[in-house]
Design a protein around this ligand. Structure first.
Ligand SMILES: Nc1ncnc2c1ncn2[C@@H]1O[C@H](COP(=O)(O)OP(=O)(O)O)[C@@H](O)[C@H]1O
Ligand SMILES: [Mg+2]
Length: 373
């Protein structure tokens, strides 16, 4: 008999897509990788799509410098780290630019239109011009892989945006940009359109051209002209990506630290998910500090006095006391978080001693993620 699913595995029953969201530095990348690894150990073919893994974590996942390709993590290494199983773990570093290029390739009417966009200097700047396009491209890749259907589970790490909400809004923002009047205006009127911007602007462009040698006007017109033809394809696509986010096979996990500010953000994010009709799976409180306990269950102070000279024992005791206060504060914050999320599932991962940068570290995080209770 297989044991009953517990912890994060229970949250992921019947789910094919998991999105790990949260503000920067809370452990999204770590958690996403640990979830995919744990689900692979439990027999799934799981892939983690990661964005900014620390170099050592990337190495231990066997990720090459080159982004944009899925790689299977060596089963021997998983075994050695205690993550062996019948499933498969795949990892991929997301590459927004490359995903964007692939989309252009898909939606361009012909090779000429494609090359015109890809070679255009404006296109190369577009990822900055359309706010959140990195987020959008992450979801686009997710959608592609989901369509291909090669994985039981896709775990998406999200970009290190200060604001987790940027991510939710990305497909709609792209659609808005495509529908925006500026795009229609520029693509319809071509270079002539810029005349309408007024003489001041025209002058500005020509001064810039002389100063920099870059014919921005020409580039802009060329870009909007070529890109305009793909707008319909992009719009449809953005709608499908949006639909995947709302799908019942998708779930958002909210990663948070137990600090008060992070909890405010988490509560806000949860409300936002609800408002947008996006599926919320639960919250993972990461790096929660736990009280230090004496080995034999005796009083810690007594144990310290036996082991250390009195001055040192006092010092250690003060440190332990300080840590206990922090741990209590984390507990109070967590309790508040649970209340504010109306008692939705919450999984606690403690602060581990040392960074999580290898498969052993992921296994250690996973033990808490997948634990019962
Ligand atoms: N439970 C944990 N215990 C100790 N260190 C952790 C834990 N979770 C994450 N870390 C460390 O915190 C840092 C930030 O984690 P990361 O997953 O990169 O955050 P994010 O992707 O949200 O920016 C990393 O150095 C990681 O090793
Ligand atoms: Mg990250």
């Amino acid at each position: 008999m297989t044991p009953r699913a517990a912890g994060v595995e229970a949250l992921l029953a019947r789910k094919q897509v998991v999105i790990c969201a949260g503000s920067g530095g809370v452990g999204k990348t770590t958690t996403a990788a640990a979830i995919a690894a744990g689900m692979a150990a439990r027999g799934r073919t799981a892939a983690v799509l990661t964005i900014d893994p620390a170099k050592r974590l990337a190495n231990s996942l066997g990720l090459p410098e080159l982004a944009g390709e899925e790689r299977q993590v060596d089963p021997g290494r998983l075994d050695a780290a205690g993550l062996g199983g019948t499933g498969e773990l795949w990892a991929m570093m997301l590459d927004a630019k490359r995903t964007f290029d692939e989309l252009v390739d898909t939606y361009a009417a012909d090779e000429q239109a494609r090359d015109a966009v890809l070679a255009n200097p404006i296109y190369r700047e577009l990822s900055n011009a359309v706010g959140g396009s990195e987020e959008y491209m992450a979801m686009e890749k997710l959608h592609q892989l989901h369509q291909e259907g090669r994985y039981d589970l896709l775990v998406l790490d999200t970009p290190p945006t200060r604001n987790a909400l940027d991510f939710l809004d990305a497909p709609r923002r792209l659609a808005r940009f495509i529908d925006s009047r500026s795009l229609a205006f520029f693509s319809a009127s071509n270079t002539a359109g810029f005349g309408l911007l007024g003489r001041g602007t025209g002058l500005l462009f020509s001064v810039m051209k002389r100063a920099t040698g870059v014919d921005l006007l020409q580039d802009l017109a060329g870009f909007f002209n070529a890109f305009g033809g793909m707008a319909e394809g992009f719009r449809e696509r953005a709608q499908r990506v949006d639909a995947l986010l709302c799908d019942s096979r998708t779930t958002f996990l909210l990663i948070t630290s137990p600090r008060a500010a992070a909890i405010d953000e988490a509560a806000f994010f949860h409300r936002k998910l609800n408002e947008e009709g996006l599926p919320f799976g639960g919250v993972i409180a990461n790096r929660v500090r736990e009280p230090i306990r004496a080995a034999g269950g005796e009083k810690l102070d007594g144990e310290l006095e036996q082991l250390l000279d009195p001055a040192l024992a006092r010092k250690v005791s003060r440190t332990v006391e300080e840590h206990r206060r922090l741990a209590e504060r984390d507990q109070r914050n967590l309790e508040q978080l649970r209340t504010r999320l109306s008692r939705k599932p919450a999984i606690v991962v403690p602060e581990l001693a040392g960074d999580v940068h290898d498969l052993e570290g992921l296994e250690a995080v996973g033990r808490h993620l997948f634990a019962a209770g």
